[in-house]
Design a protein. Structure first.
Ligand SMILES: [Zn+2]
Length: 81
């Protein structure tokens, strides 16, 4: 008997904001990405290994890590404006 296991990474854009990028200095769209890693067994995702949030500049591609609290705050802020 053998097992096939691994990790499945999925990323999705959960919010889009616009501000001056700290890396390229352009006032560009920033995608907020939720990145989840799941443990898989026989290619079936079983449970979540970890979630991280990051901000990606659409102009230069620079990524900045966000905490879950920062991500939640960003969603609340854009929901109220
Ligand atoms: Zn940039």
């Amino acid at each position: 008997m053998f097992l096939i296991f691994g990790a499945n990474l999925s990323e999705k854009v959960i919010n889009v904001v616009s501000f001056v990028c700290a890396f390229c200095g352009a006032d560009a769209r920033q995608d907020m990405i939720k990145s989840s890693t799941r443990f898989t067994l026989f290619f079936i995702p079983l449970f979540l290994l970890g979630t991280r949030y990051l901000n990606q500049c659409t102009n230069c591609g620079a990524e900045t890590a966000l905490t879950a609290a920062q991500a939640r705050h960003s969603l609340e802020w854009s929901g109220s404006h």
